[in-house]
Design a protein around this ligand. Structure first.
Ligand SMILES: Cc1cc2nc3c(=O)[nH]c(=O)nc-3n(C[C@H](O)[C@H](O)[C@H](O)COP(=O)(O)OP(=O)(O)OC[C@H]3O[C@@H](n4cnc5c(N)ncnc54)[C@H](O)[C@@H]3O)c2cc1C
Length: 421
């Protein structure tokens, strides 16, 4: 500990070659970072970085992959557009270009993020996975470890996202199924599924849209709907359903807004229960608040279900060579399965001993809007289950909070420097 403290405060101090507590390999270097270390260069990491830089605070962003917004670059399908209107998805200080449509395409969103990073001169360190981060109470600093470097800093901002790892359910007979089984994160388009019977498991926004895409490529998709869900039209009365909900919430309590939304939905898209999509007992906004479950915004899938282009099935009992047996006893032949079964946080795999994040699911333990700040300079951004709007809210609070400490305590810190290993 003494060596460690010396190495932080004395630039001429030569510590013995250090062995990573994580990998067992020698650490090539230890780096003192005067400002916050941000883990993840998705929209949240970029938003946090821009907001901090706007306060005059230098940041270091560590990113596992070789690009910004890797989720959007590598793990999304071609036809994806933002589900919410652009004004609810913009990052701090930079609106979307005026000539972008209300729901920018994935390519437009990525172009916006590239421009955002350039505008704020954000230069993440790519191909750098944080394998462990731990608060060192002895010196009151965070030790953030990658395979080769230990970064030492006072503030740690976790921006690794709600979608860090794919959730792949275990289904009986999975190994026996003869066709491909892929997660929706690997699905690009229905191009290679033409004329195939494809089973899509999971009916969130992704599952519903993958089905629609498959229809457009002349595949025959079926959808597994295990739980109840709310489907709402993407727009109502010429306004986005999301925008309308936000506006109504200014005037009415959540239950009243839910009633209005359900009434309008019934009028516009009919009774979804009749299509095998049963509505939960709680209304869409109340359910979102209680469980984080997002209502599906329909972009045309319901029409295909109604016309028989997409069949709906209940949960899967087991798979066999080329058949799927459902819990209601039906058996059907399928040639491919796409798992639109969502994602999980990876925070618990690398962040040690904090009470900001739950050990169970890697999400903040405190409910929204309290989950952005932990103890000892730890922050979370992008874990609100409220998409990019939640990200912007977190970014503002984090930047303000760190700025208060930065301005009072750390004026004397020098810029980032490499310490000898
Ligand atoms: C298909 C899809 C559509 C969506 N559409 C919308 C929408 O329309 N509107 C909206 O508001 N939200 C939408 N979302 C929600 C989505 O979560 C956000 O858009 C956004 O990507 C979240 O940004 P993030 O930076 O928090 O997480 P991510 O985009 O997941 O970025 C996290 C980054 O952290 C990196 N990382 C992870 N672990 C480590 C590690 N150990 N070390 C270093 N780096 C690491 C990852 O490589 C990644 O680049 C959508 C999500 C999906 C999956």
């Amino acid at each position: 500990m003494e060596e460690y403290a010396k190495s932080i405060h004395d630039p001429y101090f030569q510590p013995k070659t250090e062995v990573s507590m994580v990998t067992g390999h020698s650490l090539a270097s230890r780096v003192w970072v005067p400002g916050p270390v941000i883990v993840g260069a998705g929209p949240s990491g970029l938003a946090a970085a821009a907001s901090l830089k706007n306060q005059g605070i230098p940041v270091l962003i560590l990113e596992k992959t070789n690009c910004i917004a890797s989720l959007w670059q590598n793990k999304t399908y071609d036809r994806l557009c933002l589900h919410l209107p652009k004004q609810f998805c913009q990052l701090p200080f930079m609106p979307f270009p005026k000539d972008f449509p209300t729901y920018p395409s994935k390519q437009q969103f990525l172009a916006y993020l590239e421009a955002y990073a350039k505008n704020f001169d954000l230069n993440p360190v790519f191909n750098t996975t944080v394998v462990k981060a731990e608060y060192d109470g002895g010196c009151g600093l965070w030790r953030v470890q990658t395979k080769v470097t230990e970064y030492v800093c006072r503030w740690l901002v976790v921006a690794t996202g709600e979608n860090a790892e794919e959730v792949v359910p275990k289904i009986e007979g999975m190994n026996e199924f003869s066709g491909p089984i892929l997660h929706s994160s690997s699905y690009k388009s229905g191009d290679c599924f033409e004329n195939m019977n494809v089973l899509v498991v999971g009916c969130g926004n992704s599952g519903m849209e993958v089905c629609l895409d498959l229809c457009n490529y002349n595949a025959c998709p079926s959808l597994v709907v295990r739980d109840s869900l709310h489907v709402l039209p993407q727009e109502m009365l010429g306004r986005s359903t999301f925008g309308l909900s936000m506006w109504l919430l200014k005037w009415f309590p959540v239950r009243v807004v839910d009633r209005l939304l359900l009434l309008a939905s019934h009028f516009l898209i009919g009774d979804t229960n009749r299509l095998g999509l049963n509505r939960p007992k709680l209304g869409p906004l109340e359910l979102k608040n209680v469980s984080g479950k997002t209502p599906v915004l329909d972009v045309g899938t319901l029409e295909k279900i109604r016309s028989g282009g997409i069949k709906v099935y209940p949960g899967i009992k087991r798979l066999a060579c080329n058949t799927v047996e459902f819990v209601d006893g039906r058996m059907e032949k399928f040639e491919a399965i796409i798992l639109a079964t969502g994602y999980r946080s990876n925070v618990t795999t690398w962040l040690k001993d904090t009470n900001l994040f739950s050990k169970n699911d890697g999400f903040p333990t405190k409910p929204f809007p309290e989950g952005w700040k932990g103890d000892c300079g730890l922050y979370a951004i992008g874990f609100t289950k409220r998409g990019l709007l939640g990200t912007s809210m977190d970014a503002a609070k984090i930047a303000e909070d760190i700025a208060c400490q930065w301005n009072t305590d750390t004026k004397h810190f020098k810029p980032l420097r490499h310490l000898p290993a």
